[in-house]
Design a protein around this ligand. Structure first.
Ligand code: ASP
Length: 434
């Protein structure tokens, strides 16, 4: 059994969905299909999911969402026309969805309807069974997948007959039965959950690039495609900002060891990137940089003398909505980096005052405009490339605020300034990959 997930660009319009059909029909084992909501058809276009979030916001603010919803309606009706799918049922679904959004069912419900309608239409077009993910995928409060989901999915998809199934990506339900979405881009997670439940031979993730590239093509001209990666390398590349595959989507398949193949719907003959549990070949894989980070620095003499200090400080950060994604510890100091969108300036200032007084800190400061450059690959701890990478940054006059080497077997990272992000990726790519 092959589990195949098709992303937003692969289902953006009729022409793309025809390609999806051709891909599915080329291999009879492709029987469990996961689809995203229609994405952008061109640069100026809008994603259906973004429009649905907008509808919900408009309703929350007390305005109607009629105009925004009509753009969504038009888009789905156009797809149904193109696919020659009967429109009566679709129109009834659209009406019900608009009523529910208007009634204030909330952001998760609204956002999930893009995937719901996409799967609803595509299942009819393929002649496959539609499985509403809210009936089988349970998402815990913290966003992780409840293991009971795997049993439920395998019960629905009976392997003995050769039927095909289409699941909407991105959402499931809470234990109490409300619609809940994963984080943005979460259809990759749905695909991974279904692949694990069905113990798939392979999880194919169809998108608009021919696999992971060794650098962002918007920054570097013609970066190489990476043939193979391990689960860990993918997690790290994604964490440093490579946006091909959702960082949380590795966890479900990890236990079952299902290989993942990133493929290009527009170039189905390309082999793409194959992702396996273990490293296939020792090599440098890629360079990527995550930007828009803020930094909090704090200092106190004998900071760690008191047991549980780190935990207590982090708990306080969480109260202010700040969840650091990167940490550095010194004898009397801590540096944390976090996504700048997590808190505005006044929240940060209140947080610093509170931390300073409550923990009697000697110093505390927050500043914005940071980025972290990650170099990923199975060979990084043996190949001495960090010296060359540091040299490349220095030669390009890029300041380094830290070097993190050794915490991971498959990556190391440099702290840099946001404004140097693209320059740094280019400099390191040229030095290590050309
Ligand atoms: N449609 C959702 C989003 O735009 C989920 C996905 O495409 O994976 O984030």
């Amino acid at each position: 059994m092959i589990v195949a997930k098709f992303g937003g660009s692969s289902v953006a319009d009729t022409r793309q969905i025809e390609k999806v059909k051709a891909i599915i029909e080329a291999d009879k084992d492709r029987r469990a299909i996961i689809v995203s909501a229609p994405g952008k058809r061109n640069r100026e276009d809008q994603k259906i999911t973004d429009l649905l979030y907008k509808c919900n916001e408009e309703v929350q603010k007390g305005f109607g969402c009629k105009d925004t919803f009509s753009i969504i309606e038009e888009r789905f009706l156009e797809i149904a026309d193109g696919l020659k799918v009967e429109k009566k049922a679709l129109i009834a679904e659209l009406d019900e969805i608009r009523r529910n959004i208007d009634a204030g069912l909330g952001a998760d419900y609204a956002a999930s309807r893009g995937e719901y309608l996409s799967a609803f239409l595509i299942s009819q077009y393929l002649g496959f069974e539609f499985v509403d993910s809210s009936t089988c995928i349970i998402i815990n409060q913290d966003g992780t997948v409840n293991p009971f989901s795997y049993e439920q999915i395998s019960r629905i998809v009976d392997d003995s007959d050769n039927k095909g199934f289409v699941f909407p990506g991105f959402y499931g339900s809470t234990e109490s039965g409300n619609i809940k979405t994963f984080t943005r881009g979460g259809s990759d997670i749905t695909g991974s959950v279904v692949a694990r439940a069905l113990n798939a031979d392979i999880y194919e993730n169809w998108t608009d690039v021919s696999g992971f590239l060794s650098a962002d093509p918007r920054i570097v001209d013609n970066p190489r495609t990476i043939d193979s990666l391990s689960y860990n390398e993918v997690r790290e590349l994604s964490d440093y900002g490579a946006s091909v595959f959702h960082e949380e989507a590795i966890a479900p398949v990890m236990k079952a060891g299902v290989p993942i193949n990133i493929r290009n719907t527009n170039r189905p003959d390309d082999k793409g990137t194959i992702i396996t549990p273990d490293v296939k070949e020792m090599k440098l894989a890629g360079v990527s940089a995550r930007g828009n980070l803020s930094r909090i620095k704090l200092r106190k003499l004998m900071l760690f003398k008191k047991h549980g200090m780190r935990h207590a400080l982090l708990t306080m950060l969480h109260i202010f909505g700040v969840r650091p994604s990167f940490s550095l510890y010194g004898i009397d100091s801590i540096v944390w980096f976090f996504d700048s969108t997590m808190a505005n300036d006044s929240v940060l200032s209140a947080m610093c005052d509170r931390l300073k007084s409550e923990f009697e800190l000697d110093e505390i400061s927050v500043d914005r405009g940071h980025a972290i450059l990650g170099i990923v690959g199975s060979s990084v701890l043996d190949d001495g490339s960090y010296i060359k990478a540091a040299e490349a940054l220095r030669q390009s006059n890029i300041g380094i605020s830290f070097l993190n080497y050794g915490a991971s077997d498959v990556s190391y990272a440099f702290g840099i300034r946001e404004e140097d992000r693209e320059k740094a990726v280019r400099a390191v790519y040229d030095k290590l990959f050309k």
